[in-house]
Design a binder for this molecule. Structure first.
Ligand SMILES: [Zn+2]
Ligand SMILES: [Zn+2]
Length: 348
């Protein structure tokens, strides 16, 4: 089969590799639609190292091609969504409810394209398949549910972790794909106003289209002053960091009210420092919380309900489509934020 293999920094190649075979408790899924994630850009640039020879990619949907022994309740041909995070459901971390950190290793639940072969391929092997394959309702297209396994789950989790309540003021820093999903997640929990901060105009436009009440340009506006004004001097109840950089982290912290929450989603490539005044010398009861994308099939089932019942529509995020053979061009456009890109769909 064809797959996109990581060979080293700035070196990925689509090449022929052996097809996977399902063992006990496993399944093989034919990937019908996949995509490129911001984390893949970190991998390609060397900011997040993975081992050479690994098939990368972790956001996809597909059709069951083969079922191993012990996987029940499914049949070959079922359309399924599978998460970027695939908890085993049996280790100490999973049984403590910490599914994303499966195995007790940091980011252990993130297996595809991290330490197991990933989804930018024609076929993918699903371990612990029983816990991780969610059937796609027949009314929904692949495009509609492509993002449930990663960016939707991740973006929505920012507000889950921070326990956003109806009427909470929320600011989201960064309106890339994750930030836009975080905005939708805050909206669905009843946050208002929702303020987004993003330097690229086309992303601010999408942000307003998806329901932001205000979208600020940090290059031309005094973001902190605007947020103070909008919130009547209070600051926001929850600030969501959706980029993974010092500047957005710091601005998010400055925007939070005393006893509020900074909910961090970004993947950081460098150490982050905390502004002491913004953190109230450490005793302003401001919580800094982080979230890795929650996994498991029940999470995916519920996210697909949200799409089925038309509470959100993520299809406007798909701005480009490429074949797997042309994925390098997709990386170039997505990594460079060229051509007003938001997300790139990959058709194997
Ligand atoms: Zn991702
Ligand atoms: Zn586990």
């Amino acid at each position: 089969m064809k797959a996109n293999v990581f060979h080293g920094v700035n070196d990925i190649r689509v090449e022929e590799v052996p097809e996977p075979k399902a063992g006990p408790s496993q399944a093989v899924v034919k990937v019908t639609l996949s995509t490129i994630c911001g984390t893949d850009i970190h991998i390609l640039s060397g900011g997040y190292p993975v081992k050479p020879g690994l098939i990368i990619g972790h956001e996809f949907v597909g059709v069951i091609k083969e079922l191993g022994d012990g996987v029940t309740g499914y049949k070959v041909g079922d359309r399924v969504a599978v998460g970027a995070i695939t908890p085993c459901g049996q280790c100490e971390s999973c049984l403590s409810g910490d599914f994303s950190q499966c195995g007790g290793i940091p980011l252990g639940g993130w297996k595809f394209g991290n330490y197991l072969n990933g989804a930018q391929a024609e076929y993918i092997l699903i371990r612990d398949a029983q816990a991780n394959m969610a059937k796609i309702p027949k009314e929904l297209t692949d495009e509609q549910v492509l993002f449930v396994g990663d960016i939707m789950s991740t973006g929505f989790a920012a507000s889950d972790t921070a326990n956003v309540k109806p009427g909470d003021a929320v600011a989201v820093f960064g309106q890339g794909p994750i930030g836009l999903c975080a905005l939708l997640g805050a909206k669905i929990r009843g946050a208002c106003p929702i303020i987004t901060v993003e330097p690229l105009e086309y992303r601010r436009e999408m942000s307003l289209r998806m329901g932001a009440d205000f979208s600020l340009d940090p290059n031309t506006q005094d973001v902190q002053a605007r947020i103070k004004k909008i919130t009547g001097g209070r600051g926001v109840d929850v600030a969501i960091e959706a980029l993974g950089q010092q500047v957005t982290f710091e601005n998010a912290l400055k925007a939070v009210r005393p006893a509020g929450v900074l909910s961090s989603l970004g993947v950081y490539e460098n150490n982050v420092t905390i502004d002491l005044a913004a953190w109230g010398a450490g005793i302003a009861d401001i919580d800094i919380m982080s979230t890795l994308c929650p996994g498991g099939k029940e999470r995916l089932r519920k996210l697909m309900q949200i799409i089925l019942y038309k509470r959100v529509d993520l299809t406007p995020l798909i701005t480009h489509t490429f074949s797997l053979s042309d994925i390098a061009e997709g990386y170039r456009i997505f990594g460079g934020k060229l051509d007003n890109v938001l997300k790139i769909a990959i058709k194997p």
